[in-house]
Design a protein around this ligand. Structure first.
Ligand SMILES: Nc1ncnc2c1ncn2[C@@H]1O[C@H](COP(=O)(O)OP(=O)(O)OP(=O)(O)O)[C@@H](O)[C@H]1O
Length: 246
């Protein structure tokens, strides 16, 4: 079976008493090794549910997920989730947070590795700070460094920058691209921000309203850094917004 991540005909409904809410209506997709796929869709269409299923934190009613050809029946050790809800421990310093996931002896000097990743996201000099001493943007960067330090093959990102102000959001996009150039990861990004998707992704999937299916797929074969004001990318934005009924 080809593809780093192969998602086959995923369906999911939530049942509560006599009511049943169909959320994912049959989604199939293949993500290649090293590819960056963004998923956009209308509010409440089931984006987060789909991400939880693909990352192994929610069971689908039907369908399958294969990672590197193997059926995935829970969270894959090859992947890590970065979501809008922070997962940084408030009682640990930046360095301790970054060292937290480094179990086993194969990581060498863990403190040095943590400091390298802190520097990578622009937090050099803040290794010994506690989360309460950092701004929202810095916290987000700790979170991203914390995900990257364990060198995951796959990054599952669910609206990772949505809690940030506009400027920090733009900065984090650029930062993420720089990091991905240094260390190639396979990425699935959920976002409601079409420009963010166009700026970052190799391919963009547009989801339909609930129960969601993939309504359209767009390739973004443009080199980085991308200028969102270029006619081609403006046209792409219009095409995607039209798919979203906007
Ligand atoms: N665990 C759950 N139990 C019951 N219903 C749920 C559960 N999780 C999600 N839902 C429902 O499924 C639908 C889709 O939710 P989901 O969070 O996946 O959408 P989304 O596209 O990520 O939303 P948003 O754009 O607002 O972030 C919503 O109507 C939500 O109420």
């Amino acid at each position: 079976m080809d593809g780093k991540i192969v998602v086959r005909d995923i369906k999911k409904k939530f049942v509560s008493g006599k009511t049943s809410l169909p959320v994912v209506g049959g989604v199939s997709l293949v993500v290649e090794d090293g590819e960056f796929v963004a998923i956009v869709g209308p509010s409440g269409c089931g984006k987060s549910t789909l991400m939880k299923i693909i990352s192994g934190f929610e069971r689908p009613d039907e369908g399958s997920i294969h990672i590197d050809g193997k059926a995935a029946r829970g969270p894959s050790p090859k992947g890590i989730v970065i979501s809008q809800h922070g997962s940084v421990f408030p009682w640990l310093t930046v360095q301790q947070n970054l060292m937290f996931g480094l179990n086993g002896d194969q990581h060498g000097d863990k403190a040095a590795l943590a400091d390298h990743h802190a520097a990578m996201v622009g937090l050099k000099g803040f290794e010994n700070s506690y989360p309460r001493e950092l701004s929202g943007g810095m916290l987000k960067r700790v979170e991203i460094a914390r995900a990257l330090v364990v060198k995951p093959e796959i990054l599952f990102m669910d609206e990772p920058f949505s809690a940030l102000d506009a400027l920090m959001n733009l900065r984090m996009r650029t930062e993420l691209l720089r990091i991905l150039e240094e260390e190639r990861h396979t990425v699935i990004l959920i976002t409601h921000d079409v420009e963010e998707a166009i700026y970052l992704a190799d391919r963009i999937m547009v989801l339909s309203p609930r129960p969601t299916v993939i309504q359209a797929t767009f390739s973004v074969p443009h080199p980085h850094p991308r200028r969102l004001s270029s006619p081609a990318l403006q046209q792409l934005k219009e095409d995607i917004l039209a798919e979203l009924g906007l």
